[in-house]
Ligand binder design. Structure first.
Ligand code: F6R
Length: 614
């Protein structure tokens, strides 16, 4: 995780880097720091806390430099503290570095450097790397660029780094392995960042460094990209950025999370746009169409992902098995990659990832690819590592998701999985033309139904008031809505810090029912289609133990109305698409409870948006 930003050019670097760091705070916010280069020495300012704390601390530092690098940290090695914050300087203070990733073999390198007289002030792996660069530069009498290359060839792990030298204020060197790094190219200036958001208003020309590449960004010269392993030259693949400033701003909402919840009618629509052709009986998805035989002949589809994306994967399992009758397994990427799974070239492995950078998902995919499986990606971030590794894929067009808690990316992922299931079902003849027509038309109506569901916001806010001081929550659902219950519980715990558990409703009596008393709020999804009567019985079981029932039901429901303490009525849709509607009130519930508890919903404690460490 962590975010890095660097600038070199003709403008004052401080505001560019600091504003850039604010945009990257979703990647971690344990500490922040900046180093400015005057041409002969560094000015360094860093602090535990957020970028706003850094601004206060750096109030009086000289900010005229036109070259600077900054960092916002999600702590891995060493507690969040001023000392462990980046940037880090080499022992002779001639080299500065910012780093996103983990140098796994930092211990033996540190030992070697210590034996050569180097001293370390922080607990970080990054300080080891910058001193290794100094060591190579001084002992081998080579340029900084070469020293960086030597050092990166020794480093095992993951990194996106930017490095500069105090005496040389017209050059920044960057490199990457398994952590993202974007370079913006302006007129006589370069921008560097973990994603393109810090420079979106300055230039539309960008390139993404590939794994194992480094680049020298020198004023007055064209970008020079090399392979780290052998210094061979790489032709830069410059592309035009599609990202806009508007997409990454709050647009009048109090929080990015709320903005993103409200964007869902549009993000689902954008994800489906041009892909559902109801009258032609077609779901147009090139990635699936070009590889149709791989999917339809697959011995099974394995979905790998983490967190919220894993919940979307579970819904995908229900959808694909239910509609297309192809066996699906859903795995936590972190478990899958280490449990020696049986994978053959008959398997299709689908990775679901908003960021496209999640380390475990990426590693699981690499392993599946090595074992011969066909690998498919469902990512939100264009050109992300997962998107580039996969054989084919479908982008969710949800737009940038900045709130750490995933909302619109989740519904976009479920929309993609719904279309894949429909396409495969139609092609294999598992559903009739008439069923296809019915389901595809229903799917097209989802954005409208989500829009209507959002109108429940005020009512949900009122309900939320009653639970601000709750200490526990249970979320229950069955069938398609079981993963929604898991997702609802995850949303609540990650942003409000209230303990919450999601369960299949029928499992309640095998244990969790013991927790139910008059203080236990139970959110239960009881929409009309899908085991309705059975869920109603579950509600009765909760009520007879005095639990507080918050029921999400289909509009017009009369039966649950008489039993539930709070009723949230959502528009009716086909059973298989209900998660796209029922997840909305649960997002709003967790949002309001968290806001009322004074929590920072966009940047919950200990979390980061892009988990690039395992
Ligand atoms: C929760 C959340 C996380 C992510 C998980 C995977 O709200 O956002 O659980 O879903 O870290 O991230 P991606 O989808 O980027 O691979």
């Amino acid at each position: 995780m962590c975010g890095i930003v660097a600038y070199i050019g003709k403008n004052t670097a401080y505001p560019i880097v600091v504003n850039g760091l604010k945009r990257l705070e979703y990647r971690g916010y344990d500490s922040a720091g900046i180093v400015l280069n005057s041409g002969s020495s560094f000015t360094l300012s860093k602090t535990k806390g957020k970028v706003s704390d850094l601004e206060e601390k750096a109030e009086n530092v000289d900010k005229v430099s036109t070259i600077a690098m900054g960092h916002t940290r999600w702590a891995t090695h060493g507690v969040p503290s001023d000392t462990n914050s980046h940037p880090h300087l080499s022992n002779d203070e001639s080299i500065a570095i910012v780093h996103n990733g983990i140098i796994e073999n930092y211990e033996p390198i540190k030992k070697m450097l210590t034996s050569k007289g180097f001293q370390f002030h922080s607990e970080t792996d990054t300080e080891v790397l910058v001193n290794l660069i100094q060591y190579f530069r001084d002992t081998e009498k080579i340029s900084l660029t070469e020293a960086v290359r030597y050092a990166l060839n020794e480093a095992i792990g993951a990194y996106a780094i930017a490095v500069m030298e105090a005496e040389n204020s017209n050059k920044i060197i960057v490199g990457r392995l398994s952590s993202p790094l974007a370079i913006g190219i302006g007129k006589d200036e370069f921008y560097v960042a973990s994603d393109a958001s810090p420079f979106v208003e300055f230039t539309k020309e960008a390139l993404y460094l590939e794994d194992g590449e480094m680049a020298t960004l020198e004023l007055g010269k064209a970008i020079d990209i090399r392979k780290i392993v052998d210094n061979t030259k790489v032709i830069p693949a410059i592309q035009e950025l599609q990202l806009t400033l508007e997409q990454i701003e709050k647009g009048g909402y109090d929080h990015f999370m709320l903005k993103e919840i409200y964007e869902q009618p549009k993000s689902i629509m954008d994800t489906m746009r041009g892909r559902i052709l109801v009258n032609e009986g077609i779901i147009q998805m090139a990635g699936i169409w070009d590889n149709l035989e791989k999917f339809t002949n697959a011995s099974r589809i394995i979905i790998v992902s983490c967190g919220t994306s894993w919940h979307a994967g579970l819904i995908g399992e229900y959808l694909i098995e239910d509609l297309a009758r192809i066996p699906v397994e859903v795995e936590y990427a972190s478990e899958f990659r280490y449990r020696n799974p049986i994978i053959t070239d008959k398997d299709v492995v689908i990775a679901i990832s908003q960021s496209g950078e999640t380390a475990d998902t990426l590693a699981a995919l690499k392993m599946a690819k090595e074992k011969g499986a066909f690998i498919y990606g469902i990512c939100n971030v264009v050109d992300s590592s997962i998107a580039r590794l996969t054989d084919a894929g479908s982008y969710t067009h949800a737009g940038p998701e900045i709130g750490v808690a995933s909302t619109k990316a989740f519904t976009a992922q479920v929309s993609i999985l719904s279309m894949i299931a429909l396409k495969l079902a139609k092609h294999t003849g598992k559903i009739s033309n008439q069923q296809f027509h019915l389901l595809a038309s229903e799917l097209e109506l989802i954005p409208e139904k989500v829009e209507k569901t959002l109108k429940l916001d005020e009512q949900i806010k009122e309900i939320s008031k009653k639970f601000v001081n709750a200490t526990n929550f249970l979320y229950l659902g069955r069938g398609y809505n079981f993963p929604v219950a898991l997702e609802g519980a995850l949303k609540l715990k990650e942003i409000s810090y209230i303990h919450a558990e999601g369960y299949p409703a029928a499992e309640m009596k095998h244990g969790p029912i013991a927790l139910i008393d008059e203080n236990m709020p139970v959110v239960i999804i009881a929409t009309k289609k899908g085991h309705y009567e059975k869920v109603v019985s579950n509600i009765q079981e909760i009520k007879s133990r005095k639990g507080i029932v918050i029921a999400v039901v289909t509009e017009g429901d009369e039966q649950v109305k008489g039993m539930a303490d709070y009723l949230i009525e959502v528009p009716e849709t086909s059973e298989c698409f209900t998660p796209l509607v029922t997840s909305i009130p649960l997002q709003l519930l967790s949002y309001h409870i968290a806001v009322m508890r004074g929590a920072n919903v966009d940047q919950p404690r200990n979390l980061a948006k892009s988990v690039t460490v395992e």
